[in-house]
Design a protein around this ligand. Sequence first.
Ligand code: XMP
Ligand code: MG
Length: 183
Amino acid sequence: MRSEMENDILKVLVTEEEIKARIAEMGDALYEKFQGKDPLFLSVLKGSFVFMADLVRACQLKSDVEFIAVSSYENATVSSGRVKINHDIQQDITGRHLIIVEDILDSGNTLAFLRDYFKAKGAASITIVTLLDKPSRRTKAVTADLAGFVVPDEFVVGYGLDYCQQYRNMPYIGVLKPEVYSK
Ligand code: XMP
Ligand code: MG
């Protein structure tokens, strides 16, 4: 039987199986790069919490985890590009190899801000890992060191990504039916 959420999905962009296979590859790539370096995985909340949980288990490195919550100051007409920290990390990261884990790299505002913020705090290195990359929308000069999938310029939900805080628990990435937005 189709779930309540599935009825709202127009199409699936990335399946559960594709996500799983790609994360295994990403975990291996990070393992190769960070062996012996004790990196810190930093999840950007809320969107990356599902990806983070799967990624750290796909990468059996000695490492630890942190969480940061951010939001952008935006209004209907102007995207200021300013980012606000709602919850900061709880430790000194001086000299640490940081792996920033994001759900989607869109305009680049969030990751440009976080990269500069942690560089200023003295990280030894900063690696940007994103599940999804939407390069067509980029306004800041940011590229991911490792990206799971390139997606077209469509609003996507699932696997951590939300619309009005819902659909985060869908196991795949999809696009909503237009009528969902007018509810
Ligand atoms: P920026 O523009 O800073 O965007 O690169 C990053 C944040 O914007 C959110 N975002 C989305 N969320 N579906 C979502 O559910 C999308 O298609 C989408 N595009 C951007 C997301 O929170 C991301 O961290
Ligand atoms: Mg996010």
